[in-house]
Design a protein around this ligand. Structure first.
Ligand SMILES: [Zn+2]
Length: 114
């Protein structure tokens, strides 16, 4: 299962390359995170999307103007992706803890067997 995290959104007052409206553009930066029973892991890639709310179009980077590119560079710096380290869930910790307890118990029994 993957979950999308919205890291950063920003409204632009640049002209939309499609409809020339100055109030429709919005950048959305998202990051996917894989979620399993035992751990979560965020994807390395951050997804960037420029969407125009006025003409309901996704504006692809080939159509970006220099101004949009500049605003994009600025907002890219505000994005702080989640760490891509594997985050164990508490369920996994209980498993590990039970393992340690089991090994300790076996070691204790062996020690006392003589
Ligand atoms: Zn537009």
């Amino acid at each position: 299962m993957t979950k999308k995290h919205i890291l950063h959104t920003a409204r632009l007052n640049n002209n939309c390359p499609e409809c020339y409206d100055t109030e429709g553009l919005e950048f959305t930066f998202t990051q996917e995170e894989k979620q399993s029973k035992f751990y979560n892991q965020a994807s390395k890639e951050v997804d960037e999307k420029l969407y125009c709310h006025t003409c309901k179009n996704i504006i692809y980077p080939v159509n970006w103007t220099e101004d949009i590119e500049r605003v994009y560079q600025y907002h890219k710096k505000q994005v702080h992706p989640k760490s891509t380290y594997i985050q164990l869930k508490s369920f996994s910790y209980i498993f590990i803890l039970l393992g340690i307890v089991a090994i300790a118990a076996v070691a204790f029994l062996l020690w006392n067997a003589n």
